[in-house]
Design a protein around this ligand. Structure first.
Ligand code: ZN
Length: 309
């Protein structure tokens, strides 16, 4: 008998202390870690509270623009304070880092992982730049995880008028194998059916992003490292579970966090209260609810005869 189980077993997660242990553990257990972006304390509080309520680890992501707003060292200190004070497994990733300089700044500030993104360059240049980044980052912190990106899944966690053509172009197992062995990255983000942002039809729920599960399985086998799924907002829920079983260990959600935050903020602004904490509370709460729901779904896996894998 095959059934779905939700992995919220604290003992499972408590064995894993570092981000590498957590990712390897998730990969073995066929579950995924949620990655949500924050550029200020309201979203960050919502993400941490959602993870605490779901009882699972979480990765906070911040792109170069998000880090420029929040402050690289300030964001690292905030995440560290949540980890220290509440004993929560909250990790921090420098999402979509295009320049080596900002990657090094994040590593020096104490980020757990760097998503180095040279995927806009031709493949060989992407390999060269990423290889250079891996060597420089590991010399600052040998434990830091570096993610490389191949393929193109479009730019911008926002609402798009039409689906971008990039979503149709998939990475190949050969590219994945070649890229990982030449660069030494710890994690790989290939193009496997998603795109960044949402279309209007996706916001209203009329259409969903669909993943190519077979290609994910082939790329995972060829790459030999855990896979990261970007542009997870608006993806068919059933596809997530299959993608995780096929080799995706981290799922990125940003656009849906931004939508929840914005809607909550508008609700808060509609009150006559002027206190910032009253205005911001519905925004924080909306992010918390979204993150909790997403994390529960990423921690759902397929179990055979009632035994969780
Ligand atoms: Zn992304």
């Amino acid at each position: 008998m095959v059934s779905r189980v939700v992995r919220e077993d604290g003992s499972l997660w408590s064995r894993w202390k570092t981000l590498r242990q957590t990712i390897d553990g998730a990969s073995g257990a066929k579950i995924a870690i949620g990655h949500f972006n924050a550029s200020e304390l309201v979203a960050l509080n919502g993400i941490v509270s959602g993870a605490r309520d779901a009882g699972v680890p979480v990765i906070v992501g911040a792109t170069e623009k998000e880090r420029a707003f929040a402050g690289v060292r300030q964001l690292a200190a905030l995440v560290r304070s949540f980890r220290d004070e509440r004993g929560l497994p909250v990790f921090l990733n420098a999402d979509h880092t295009h320049s080596l300089g900002s990657a090094l700044a994040a590593a020096r500030a104490g980020f757990d992982a760097i998503g180095f993104d040279a995927s806009a360059l031709p493949f060989d240049e992407n390999v060269g730049e990423t290889r250079r980044a891996v060597i420089a980052l590991k010399s600052i912190n040998p434990e830091i995880l570096v993610e490389g990106e191949i393929g193109n899944i479009g730019m911008g966690s926002r609402i798009h008028m039409v689906e971008t053509k990039e979503a149709k172009t998939l990475s190949t197992p050969d590219e994945a194998r070649q890229f990982v062995s030449a660069t030494g990255v710890d994690l790989l983000a290939p193009a496997i059916g998603t795109m960044h942002g949402l279309t209007l039809d996706m916001v209203s729920g009329l259409t969903k992003k669909r993943l190519n599960i077979e290609r994910i399985r082939e790329i995972r086998a060829a790459a030999g490292v855990p896979l990261v799924l970007h542009g997870g907002s608006g993806t068919e829920e059933a596809d997530f579970e299959l993608a995780v079983a096929a080799g995706v260990s981290i799922v990125h959600v940003n656009t849906e966090v931004r939508l929840a935050l914005r809607e909550g903020l508008m609700e808060g602004l509609a009150t006559s209260d002027m206190s910032p904490y009253t205005i911001m509370t519905p925004a924080c709460e909306a992010v918390r609810r979204l993150v909790q729901t997403k994390l529960r779904s990423f921690n759902t896996c397929w179990a055979v005869a009632g035994v969780a894998r």
